[in-house]
Design a protein around this ligand. Structure first.
Ligand SMILES: [Ca+2]
Ligand SMILES: [Ca+2]
Ligand SMILES: [Ca+2]
Length: 378
């Protein structure tokens, strides 16, 4: 059983809010966003940047930096590869790469060691997106990035005028639209909350499935929410839908998905419970972990994450003051600490959290050893 951070000895904390952590395997590297100006020297841009903390050597590096210097716009929502070598994030800065003239948020990938930066959300010929892109998630092996975009020019035939889910293969430099129905036709409703597996071959995403007759036929009824799991073979362009989980009703919803390394997906299933509602967390790696949160409902959607194989789960909620960890073998741990945006390392050992202080901070917690480390520090 864990305890709160009382007694831990932080270094100099960030002087502005930090959050949205994503943690690498074994918890060594943590990528996060921060408006703090004191994490590295020379941060004078006055906007949020992306940082990577090496918790083994207590080093913090700013990575949202272009060839000509610091970013001229905010960078948010990082995602880190399992080995910590690559990070993707969303930025409205126009000076991270040459010729960023779209005036829209784009997805960037940085090689942490060298600082080399490329724009991810481009067409097969390298043209920039004409619409905003966000929510980039890198595969554990660093080869692929899933993201959502309202741009209609990323692939041919995108005429639905809603945001879609795309995968960029960083090796073949190909961009594929994933949010299609089983016949390969585009959806008429928007898709969001994408997730990609360690090997980059399985994607999960959500869709507002109502009003699309093709989806209604697919689900067998008119659904409000739908989680879709797609797989494809590397080198081919057409994803294969392997599963669609359809739900109907205000308190019978699916929230967020996590694609794991076994081609399964986890999701939060908000289910009516005599009017109070609870969240049923389902993960489908190996055998999968199921856990219920009685005080979660549609208005207090919990933050949660799973290890790579879906056999360890961490969850919190807006209405509780602790984190809960549970694994496939029935081991449980609690950390009595209100937190948001939890991220679990792929090996399931370490949880990164964003605190609920006035100036939010990022910490890691190893739930097996109870070790805690301040991440949002210089
Ligand atoms: Ca800054
Ligand atoms: Ca841009
Ligand atoms: Ca579209």
């Amino acid at each position: 059983m864990g305890i709160g951070p009382v007694g831990a000895s932080p270094g100099v904390q960030g002087n502005g809010s930090s959050g949205a952590p994503d943690v690498s395997a074994a918890g060594r590297y943590v990528a996060f966003t921060s408006v703090a100006s004191n994490l590295v020297s020379g941060d004078t841009n006055g906007v949020a940047d992306i940082f990577v903390r090496d918790t083994a050597y207590s080093k913090t590096k700013r990575i949202s930096v272009g060839v000509k210097g610091q970013a001229n716009g905010a960078s948010v929502d990082p995602s880190i590869s399992d080995d910590g070598k690559f990070v993707v994030f969303t930025s409205v800065a126009s000076n991270l790469v040459p010729n960023d003239t779209n005036g829209k948020a784009d997805i960037f990938r940085v090689e942490v060691a060298t600082g080399a930066i490329v724009r991810v959300n481009v067409t097969n010929s390298g043209a920039q997106a004409v619409g905003a892109s966000k929510r980039g998630r890198i595969s554990g092996n660093g080869t692929s990035v899933v993201f959502i975009s309202a741009a209609k020019n990323l692939v041919s035939g995108d005429t639905n005028s809603v945001q879609d889910v795309f995968v960029r293969d960083l090796v073949s430099k190909k961009t594929t639209r994933i949010s299609l129905n089983p016949s390969g036709a585009q959806l008429s409703v928007g898709s969001y909350w994408p997730s990609i597996s360690q090997d980059g071959r399985t994607v999960g995403f959500m869709s507002d499935a109502f009003s699309d007759p093709k989806v209604t036929a697919w689900c067998g009824r008119v659904p409000d929410t739908m989680a879709v799991i797609s797989k494809w073979t590397l080198g081919t362009t057409k994803p294969v839908i392997t599963e669609a989980v359809c739900r109907t009703g205000q308190r019978n919803q699916i929230q967020e998905v996590r694609a794991n390394n076994n081609g399964g997906v986890g999701f939060v299933n908000l289910v009516s419970d005599s009017g109070t509602g609870y969240a049923d967390f389902v993960t489908r790696g190996k055998q999968g972990v199921t856990w219920t949160q009685d005080d979660a409902d549609s208005y207090s959607v919990p933050s949660w994450d799973v290890g790579r194989f879906g056999d360890v789960l961490v969850a919190t909620s807006n209405t509780s003051d602790y984190l809960d960890v549970v694994d496939l073998y029935g081991q449980r741990a609690h950390l009595y600490w209100p937190a948001d945006n939890v991220s679990m390392s792929p090996d399931g050992s370490t949880v990164a959290v964003q605190t609920r202080d006035n100036v939010t901070q990022v910490w890691t917690w190893n739930w097996q050893t109870n070790a805690m480390k301040l991440v949002s520090t210089s």
